[in-house]
Design a protein around this ligand. Sequence first.
Ligand SMILES: NC(=O)C1=CN([C@@H]2O[C@H](COP(=O)(O)OP(=O)(O)OC[C@H]3O[C@@H](n4cnc5c(N)ncnc54)[C@H](OP(=O)(O)O)[C@@H]3O)[C@@H](O)[C@H]2O)C=CC1
Ligand SMILES: CC(C)(CO)C(=O)C(=O)O
Length: 306
Amino acid sequence: MKIIVLGAGALGAYFGARWQESGHEVINLVREGRAEQMKNNGLKLHSEMGDYEVAKPVIARSPEEIDNPDLVFLAVKGYHLHGTLDWLKSLVNKGAKVYPVLNGMEHIHILQKELGEEAVIGGHAYIIATLDEKGHVVHTSPFHDLVFGPLHSSQQAICEELALACNQANLTGILSPNVLEAMWNKYMFITAFSGITTATNQPIGMVRRYSQTFKIAERILKEMKKLANAHQINLTDEHVNKAFERLRDLAPDMTSSMHQDRRKGLPLEVEHLHGGALRLGNQVNLRMPYIETIHAMIKPYEKFQH
Ligand SMILES: NC(=O)C1=CN([C@@H]2O[C@H](COP(=O)(O)OP(=O)(O)OC[C@H]3O[C@@H](n4cnc5c(N)ncnc54)[C@H](OP(=O)(O)O)[C@@H]3O)[C@@H](O)[C@H]2O)C=CC1
Ligand SMILES: CC(C)(CO)C(=O)C(=O)O
């Protein structure tokens, strides 16, 4: 497959390198700073699942340099989504489908509106990865999963092709028969996990030590289930229980990418995740006091001007 990575940060560079390692054509479509960094330092994966080095990553600075793209792997932060729309339109006009792996849900509606429903595949990622000072990827989780599936009947073939490409690569690819539900399930989990770890500025082990604190994570899961149900997504109590069990079973030092960003003083996706949930709640007249509170507590650390 010819895969364009738009957002060649921790996630984009990681999965792009894995596809490249298995023989697929991967182009990193990047802005100036990242282009320089990749040219100067190459791209290395320091990974629990096996190190890998792309000595000369293929870089493009504009979609005009790219012919016949099959897929755009979109891995920017939520607050950078709008800045990618022109390049995405150009790649979609050249025949590409877009596979976004951003946490959250609001980006799907924005992308479908801007690019057309046929262009946007559903999905998300499970991985813990970050960039070091050289722009190399540090992958610290024993999982590196990609979930994807059609949001439009015309996308079955490209999803099957992607499943094959994932099978050939050193990563786990899951073609979901109900990708919308899978996305909402992850959205429910991440809203609670990133919310409680970022607001308390503590990893999950410390959160669990205080039952009063950990209870709030469960309340957020329950509010997210109600929100999903109000949007006709069939998340059940079992989904909530499983998500809560996962929070109970995580290694004590584990934390969310949002909390890692708070520690590094980087901008936070709070508006995309928690703010997005509140806006989706407003659409269906659903009040979610726990999410409203956690959103308000994290907001001062957002560091991004909207
Ligand atoms: N990291 C993780 O472990 C996980 C992250 N996620 C989600 O994945 C998404 C991406 O996260 P992550 O990889 O950590 O983010 P990073 O900040 O590491 O990477 C984002 C990249 O996007 C690039 N970018 C931003 N705007 C543009 C643009 N207009 N054109 C080209 N490149 C652009 C940035 O480059 P530049 O240097 O130019 O700013 C940066 O390299 C987020 O939604 C996150 O929540 C999900 C699961 C786990
Ligand atoms: C929960 C996790 C680590 C799974 O990918 C994640 O998505 C995040 O912290 O952003």
